[in-house]
Design a protein around this ligand. Structure first.
Ligand SMILES: [Zn+2]
Length: 71
């Protein structure tokens, strides 16, 4: 029982450490407008219709929005 508690504590500390560390370094996301891969922490994050999209720049985001706009 004591081991279980220790394990839970270690897991909690691990989660806390991961949370402090922030997003994984080098994690890449694809810009759906120009197809370029951008580091997640530097990408422009936008929620479009329940989906999360990442763009390399505001220009790409606006171009994508113009293209995706329903007629
Ligand atoms: Zn782009």
């Amino acid at each position: 029982m004591k081991y279980l508690l220790l394990l839970a504590l270690l897991y909690f500390l691990y989660r806390l450490w991961r949370w402090f560390k922030g997003p994984e370094e080098g994690e890449l996301v694809k810009d759906p407008n120009c197809g370029v891969y951008v580091p997640k922490d530097k990408a422009l994050r936008v929620d479009v219709g329940g989906r999360t999209l990442y763009f390399c720049s505001r220009r790409c985001l606006e171009a994508y929005r113009r293209r995706e706009r329903p007629p």
